[in-house]
Design a protein around this ligand. Structure first.
Ligand code: NAD
Length: 366
């Protein structure tokens, strides 16, 4: 099993280090190789996704990714900005399905902005299509308007588009994922206004005919945004397009209290994937040793389950994280009165110990 390790920028290296230590605590043989990506790669090689990094990612069975970005790169031309590395990896590796579980841990229900009873036991899987939609549709650009409300005025435009095969393959992924859960899929669209999403809805319904054991509901995106904060536990698997998925998965993340807890996976059709925390590079806390490494550690667990066919090892990591939370250890982002505040490395130590079946030490009371 060859894993490409791409730590990236900001807190990326700190949190990935802990995930790699946790992987090392399992009795499995991995070959790992690390490469620069994002701003760090731009500094060293003049490009956020250098050839060497891309080749390593292509050759690996799975990629463990930290985060990229820093405000200091905001003035760079778009193609050289750190975030382009993720888009480049998605494109070159044909990663089309993004899995974002939003799971509310029992001990963290108070950290949610919603009432505990609304989020206790929450377990949603948002599946976002990654290759199509308005993010990639052509043509796009700026021009002088020839019609519309202000002919002659400067305007900008993007193109929303989805092809049948794109919608079909993400629908299959969603229905198959639902079969392993509670057999319900909510497809989110804006079919009442957008032609692209009327087509989306039609194709999802056609694919659904092959999964009669799975319940399908369709929901407009504005209603879905509302229902996610009104009664989030009514959802199980949510499947949607690139832009709606981008927004709804962040909304769902917040239901769980901290983005520092949420893993993600981006998969190709063969199950090879890129695994990364749902958060960014958090430049505001980088280098301080306070970042929460659990989202990255849980991403490593997803990697074991989805790409490396090691479900038992994935379970071990997930149980270890639960044990650490149950022992009262918290990084600053999830800390509350009566729990023990720990830094990034101490949190990593605790998960490593729990994976190895050792008792978890709680030293630094705060
Ligand atoms: P962010 O997710 O980096 O940070 C948002 C807030 O959450 C910050 O206050 C941060 O300190 C906190 N936070 C994030 N992760 C945390 C963790 N593990 N533990 C504790 N606190 C955590 O989002 P942002 O500030 O909007 O973006 C910062 C940079 O990250 C930007 O350059 C952005 O483009 C980039 N970004 C990268 C990715 C990615 O690599 N996939 C995703 C989103 C944003």
């Amino acid at each position: 099993m060859k894993i490409a390790i791409l730590p990236g920028d900001g807190i990326g290296p700190e949190i990935v280090e802990q995930a790699v230590r946790v992987l090392g605590a399992l009795d499995l043989k991995f070959e790992t190789e690390t490469a620069l990506v994002g701003g760090a790669a731009y500094e060293a090689h003049g490009h956020p996704l250098p050839d060497g990094t891309l080749k390593l990612a292509q050759a690996a069975d799975a990629i463990l990714f930290g985060a990229v970005g820093d405000w200091k790169y905001d003035k760079l031309e778009r193609a050289l900005r750190p975030e382009q590395a993720i888009l480049g990896l998605r494109k070159h590796l044909a990663l089309f399905a993004n899995f974002r579980p939003a799971l509310c841990y029992e001990q963290l229900t108070h950290a949610s902005s919603l009432k505990p009873e609304l989020v206790a036991g929450l377990d949603i899987l948002i599946i976002r299509e990654l290759t199509g939609d308005i993010y990639f549709g052509q043509p796009r650009g700026r021009r002088r308007a020839v019609d519309g409300h202000f002919p002659g005025a400067e305007e900008a435009f993007d193109t929303m588009r989805y092809s049948r095969p794109e919608i079909e393959r993400i629908s299959h992924v969603a229905f198959q994922a639902a079969r392993k859960r509670s057999k319900k899929v909510t497809s989110v669209d804006k079919a009442n206004v957008l032609e692209t999403f009327q087509f989306w809805k039609d194709v999802v319904s056609e694919v659904h005919a092959q999964y009669p054991d799975v319940e399908l509901e369709h929901m407009y995106v504005d209603n879905a945004a509302m229902q996610l904060v009104r009664a989030p536990k009514n959802f199980d698997v949510v499947v949607t397009g690139n832009m709606f998925g981008d927004i709804l998965s962040d909304e769902a993340a917040m239901l769980t209290g901290s983005i520092g807890m949420l893993p993600s996976a981006s998969l190709d059709k063969a199950g090879k994937g890129l695994y990364e925390p749902s958060h960014g590079s958090a430049p505001d806390i980088a280098g301080k040793g306070v970042a929460n490494p659990l989202a990255t550690i849980l991403s490593a667990a997803m990697m074991l389950r989805f790409s490396l066919d090691q479900p038992a090892a994935a379970d071990r990591i997930e149980h270890a994280v639960k044990a650490v939370l149950a022992a009262g250890l918290r990084t600053a982002d999830i800390w509350s009165e009566g729990t023990t505040k720990v830094g990034t490395r101490e949190m990593g130590d605790a998960v490593v110990a729990a994976v190895a079946g050792k008792t978890i030490a709680t030293k630094t009371k705060s």
